[in-house]
Every structure is written in C-alpha cells, then in structure tokens.
Design a protein around this ligand. Structure first.
Ligand code: SF4
Length: 406
C-alpha cells in the first residue's frame, strides 16, 4: 500500500498538477475473539517488573493497582513511549488511525458548570445557544465526513442529561439510524443517560457512547460540582449494560497534577469490569470567560506520558487525540501516534473549538504513511496480533529471564 502511495505521489509531482488529496484506505484486519472485558486477566508472570508484565501482556487486565499504573507512568519517557509503541504494534495495526468527525447537534445553554466548557450557561463566552439540529442537516454533515474519509461520526448535545427530552431522543434515534445507514460508526455524547435511554440508543444501532470522566476522582471536584464522579460512572455502566461501546477519557490541563491525576484517571477506567473501547485524550483549549482560562498549556511530555501509559494499561483500547490537537505541530502528533494513539477527530470543527481540517490531515497521513482505520466496531481486538517480545535484550539484561506469561 505504501508503494502504491509513492507511485501515485510521483505521478502527481511529475505532472505538476494541483495535488488531489486522498487517503489510501487500508482495511483494518477483522479481529475475532471476545469483547474487551470478556477476556480473563492474563496470569501474572513471576519475577517480572510490572512494566515488563505490561510490555509482554497478551490481553487486557482490569486488576491494576494505582501503584502499578504509577510505576509505569514514572518510567523514563523514551522507554515508556517505545514500550507503548511495541504493545501498540502487538494489538493494533500501527499505521492505521481512525478518523472521526464530531458535530455539535445542540450548542450552548447547558446548565452544568464544567469549568473548561464554552457551552455552560454559567460563563460569558460569546457563544450563541442553538436548538437541536434537524435530522437532515446531521445526515448531510455525516455524508461530507464520510466522503472525506471519516468512518465514525459523533454527535454532541450540550445539556446535563436526557430527562424530559423524549422528542429530542426520537430525533437523535433517527440521526443514529441515518449515520449507520451510511455505513459509518455512530457515537453520541448526550450527558447522563439512564438504562432505558441507553437501550433505546442501542436499538437505534448506536456504536459508542462518549462520556468522559475528565480527570481523576480526587481532582474532579475542582473542575465540576453539578454532577458527581459516581454519576458519571453510573452512565458508563448504563451504556455498557445496554451493549454499547464505551468511549471515556479525560482532559489534560485542568490544573491537575499529572503524576497523580493522569494516573488516577487511567486507574478508574482500567479497573472497570471492561476497559472502554475508546479513550479520548483532550488537551485543554482555554476558552476566554471560563474559569479554566489562563491555565498553563499542557506539556508535550505529559501528553505523551499519558497516552503511553494508557496504551500499556489498556492495550486493546483505541486512544484518541481529541480536542486541542490543532495546537500541536505535526511532529508532536507523530510522537503521540508512536506512543500508542490511533484515532483523531478531523473536520471543520470539534464542538466549539477549531479542528485540523480534512485536507491537512490527509496530507499528514500521506507524509507519514498512515491510513484511515476501518474498524468493525463490534469486533475490537481483545487479543494480540503478534508474539510478545521481551524488552530485556534492549536493556542489556539476561534474555533467559521469563519473557511472557503465555
Ligand atoms: S461539558 Fe457538557 S455537560 Fe459540561 S457544561 Fe459543557 S456541554 Fe454542559
């Protein structure tokens, strides 16, 4: 496929015409096996450090301790990123990155007090609130996203929960059906949902539900006060029990301490009965008028460390570079891909913030030999594709030591 790309590139250059940007589509290998959480935790190898166990893992485990995750998170960054890249290659096609497009289907006027959010009615952010979009306009937007290579279309509504929104839910059900009818994965982020609402969304064909925990349990009260961490976890449970894939992650740059709060966030998600199929990592986009405006920018090393730790701790999960990617130079994005990230949001907007455009991302993919991932949402890998490898030889250690728990 790379050869094909190169020859197309050469032909374009030779003709000196305006380059037509496109992706070379690689179909991600359909992967069998049980869903993420159904795999039993692999046995722990004797005599290996927790880091080596993670590097050599043959499947997800959800019996992590916070201390273990912290040990991984504290590894020298080069070693951590390389290890994460190695695990990534065992569980995922390394050049495949999922393209998702996120549309705001109802903007602003939200009663919650999430202190980073432009859509909260509590802050003066110059955002104009809108009503729920109509179904046709959403399907049209999904078609444009599909034509540009996205295979997941996400729809976000700014409100606390779905209570009393029967008509809204009916329209959202039609949107989900329409997106699925295009052959795309459909994801929604609609605040808190109960079991019944989750079932209705499942019946509509919803692929995944996004509900971020945002940060660690300990730091959470400094960010949001209008709903609790446990309420968020209850929504995740309702979604999971309805048979919908869980997309849940965090926002870096909320005044947290990475060593404890990034670890705490990963710990909560990695010890759920099943790992989320998707872990978005957002980089705070500071919005003037919100309490989080003025926070120090997220350091690249904290971003890479968070992604790499998540990759080692939740090896089968798709890790998304979400909001804030637009502020990252391409070289920084590549480091994140090498450390285990394998999905991005692309398109005109990401909710209320700017997003890297399709053409920009196509160019980046072609430069680096990346291809859009074609997932089968119902068949996310629970098993490694390749044999476990030991890192011992790279550190000059005795290779006769146990190499894997297989
Ligand atoms: S993040 Fe969601 S729930 Fe929180 S204020 Fe913004 S729109 Fe409302």
């Amino acid at each position: 496929m790379e050869l094909a790309n190169m020859s197309r590139f050469a032909a374009r250059s030779a003709r000196k015409v305006h380059a037509v940007r496109y992706y070379s589509i690689v179909h991600d290998v359909p992967r069998g096996g049980p869903s993420l959480g159904q795999a039993p935790p692999p046995p722990q190898a004797q005599g290996q450090s927790v880091f080596d166990q993670a590097v050599n893992a043959l499947g997800p485990r959800n019996n992590w301790t916070k201390e273990e995750i912290s040990q991984i998170h504290q590894k020298p960054l080069m070693e951590l990123a390389f290890a994460a890249g190695t695990v990534h290659r065992r569980f995922h096609k390394p050049s495949a990155v999922q393209l998702c497009t996120l549309m705001n289907i109802k903007t602003g006027g939200c009663t919650e007090d999430c202190s980073y959010c432009a859509q909260s009615s509590r802050y003066k952010t110059n955002l104009t609130a809108t009503k729920l979009s109509n179904v046709e306009s959403v399907i049209e937007a999904a078609k444009v996203a599909k034509a540009n290579g996205s295979n997941r279309f996400c729809m976000g509504a700014a409100w606390r929960d779905m209570r009393g929104r029967k008509r809204g839910l009916k329209n959202i059900v039609e949107m989900i059906k329409g997106v699925r009818g295009l052959g795309m994965e459909a994801c929604v982020t609609l605040g808190m949902v109960d079991k019944e609402q989750a079932m209705e969304l499942k019946e509509a064909g919803l692929t995944a539900y996004n509900h971020n925990l945002d940060t660690s349990r300990e730091h959470y009260p400094n960010v949001i006060t209008t709903r609790s961490y446990d309420e968020r976890l209850q929504t995740l449970q309702n979604v999971r029990e309805a048979g919908i894939h869980v997309c849940s992650g965090g926002i870096l740059g909320l005044g947290e301490t990475p060593q404890t709060d990034h670890v705490g966030l990963i710990y909560t998600l990695a010890t759920l009965p099943e790992h989320p199929e998707s872990f978005p990592v957002n980089k705070l986009v500071p919005i003037k008028g919100t309490p989080m405006f003025g926070q120090d920018p997220v350091k690249l090393e904290d971003m890479v460390r968070c992604i790499a730790t998540a990759r080692l701790v939740m090896p089968s999960t798709i890790i998304r570079i979400a909001a804030g990617r637009v502020t990252m130079p391409e070289s920084e994005q590549m480091l994140c891909f090498m450390a285990g990230a394998n999905a991005i949001f692309t398109g005109e907007k990401m909710l209320t913030t700017d997003c890297n455009g399709w053409d920009q991302d196509k160019d980046m993919f072609n430069r680096w030999g990346l291809s859009p991932m074609q997932t089968e949402a119902s068949r996310i890998a629970a098993e490694p594709k390749f044999e476990a490898q030991s890192f011992a030889h790279m550190r000059g250690e005795d290779e006769s030591a146990p190499q894997s728990q297989a």
